[in-house]
Design a protein around this ligand. Structure first.
Ligand code: EPZ
Length: 434
């Protein structure tokens, strides 16, 4: 299992280019199942999760090639068996978004329930209610979702709001299923995340009839058939935000290229509240932090609110603020596995239910820490950049799921991160992934 050895403190400077969005690429890979023929996805990031999704599509009967960096070529002409195996789904929750397309195309699908993960319970009840509303018969058997629609799906009004707001992949599943349903589907309380808007634009290229893209009300008029597509995915706003926070926490000066500031306004506003200077710069922005980090409060919310996927990274920044902050997690209330690890590095964080009270400290001290999930591991890397001494982050396979060669790209900005494999002979365990 690889570990990172991170020498700190460092001050980052220079330019980094953001890759295509993981959370747009995965549902768009699922969308290829809706049409016979060969689709192309450009700017797809080279991540463990994308490779795992390629494996999932091959197991369904698709031909998947990656002829060059960033390009996925997927031939979904033949689907041998609409079956999402537990061995893959338990490792990558995003696999659940093959359910809607398989049901729409094959009128039958068997997909493993994803189960929980480090950031909390990951129920799919809203996905299933949405598909049932479209006429699917859903049964749970032996940990699998068995979905049937022998006469096809029928459009209707669907409400996708839950106790924590809408559901991103639930919206993806229902929207994709509705593209081939008979008649009109109106999705109320749809997720407005940019990745869902990108998926909707890709579905339109396939011939789907969708309006309200980017709004909480999507209207889909079903069509008989869809065609394969060529699509370039949007930049990864979470990766962009991670690099922006890396500049701020190290008192650096970093230009983040290929990022859409309009997808990150909540984060820009909070970075500026900490005293960071965030300036638009061509197709990206420049982030610098000259003075002391100022405290501020953040509450995570569905888009366009502060993204839960940047909560851990921002908490690492606030841990070094001159004063106290409060971090409230409203999307995944248990998403605090990074708190204990940051406290091992001399942070002063106290969890109170769905909130963490952050008492800023003068400095973080390097320590051995354990990555638990994708974004928590990113937070530990950022803390290691600012901490005094050598921080070792264990189980970095978590971070490889969502960040391409992160240590090489951070080192190009002045970081000193060494990837080591103390027991080179063994493979990382096939553990759960959020
Ligand atoms: C997507 O997960 C992202 N993953 C997550 O990013 C992200 O944190 C999350 O959206 C929220 O923005 C991908 O896009 C691959 P949800 P998703 O359904 O769709 C509850 C990362 O780090 N809920 O929007 O699974 C759920 O428990 C990952 O890249 C139900 O109650 O999240 C949660 O509290 C981590 N019932 C809230 O809704 C349901 O049927 C939001 O979950 C579905 C969800």
């Amino acid at each position: 299992m690889d570990i990172f050895c991170i020498q700190g403190p460092v001050r980052l400077s220079g330019q980094v280019t953001v890759n295509g969005a993981k959370n747009a690429t995965l549902p768009i890979m699922a969308a290829t199942l809706l049409a016979e023929g060969v689709s192309q996805i450009r700017h797809a990031p080279d991540l463990a999760d994308v490779s795992l999704f390629c494996k999932l599509l091959r197991e369904l009967g698709c031909k998947v090639e990656r002829p060059r960096k960033g390009l996925l070529v997927i031939d979904a002409t033949k689907i041998d068996r609409p079956f999402g195996d537990y061995e893959i789904v338990r490792r990558m929750r995003a696999s659940i978004c093959i359910l809607g397309p398989l049901l729409a195309r094959c009128r039958h699908a068997e997909v493993s329930m994803p189960g929980g993960c480090a950031i909390g319970d990951r129920p799919v009840d809203i996905h299933l209610c949405g598909l049932q509303a479209l006429g699917a018969k859903i049964e749970l058997k032996g940990g699998y979702i068995i979905a049937d629609a022998p006469n096809g799906l029928t459009g209707t009004e669907v409400f996708l709001g839950g106790p924590f707001g809408s559901t991103v992949l639930g919206t993806a599943n229902v929207m994709m299923a509705a593209t081939l349903a008979k008649g009109r589907t109106v999705i109320e309380s749809a997720a407005c995340e940019p990745e869902i808007a990108d998926l909707a634009r890709c579905l339109r290229k396939m011939g789907a009839r969708i309006s309200g893209i980017g709004s909480p009300r999507l209207v889909i008029d079903g069509v008989k058939q869809l065609r394969p597509f060529k699509h370039t995915v949007i930049p990864d706003r979470i990766e962009a935000g991670t690099f922006m926070i890396a500049s701020a926490i190290t008192g650096g000066h970093v230009t983040v290229k290929n990022c859409r500031l309009e997808h990150l306004m909540a984060v820009v506003e909070k970075l500026r509240a900490t005293g960071a200077i965030v300036e638009p710069d061509g197709d990206g922005c420049t982030v610098s932090m000259e003075g002391p980090i100022r405290p501020t409060d953040i509450t995570t919310l569905p888009y366009p609110g502060f993204p839960t996927d940047l909560q851990a990274q921002f908490m690492a920044l606030l841990a070094l603020a001159k004063g106290n902050s409060v971090v409230v997690e409203k999307v995944f209330p248990d998403r605090f596995m990074h708190v204990a690890e940051l406290n091992r590095m001399a942070a002063n964080l106290r969890k109170e239910g769905p909130a963490v009270l952050v008492t800023g400290v003068k400095e973080l001290i390097a320590a051995p820490v354990m990555a638990s999930d994708l974004r928590a591991s990113a937070a530990l890397v950022l803390a290691g950049l600012a901490a005094k001494g050598v921080t070792t982050v264990n189980r970095v396979y978590h971070i490889d799921r969502g960040y391409e060669r992160i240590e090489q790209r951070l080192n190009a900005l002045g970081a000193k991160i060494f990837r080591e494999n103390p027991d080179a002979k063994t493979e990382p365990p096939q553990t759960e992934r959020d």
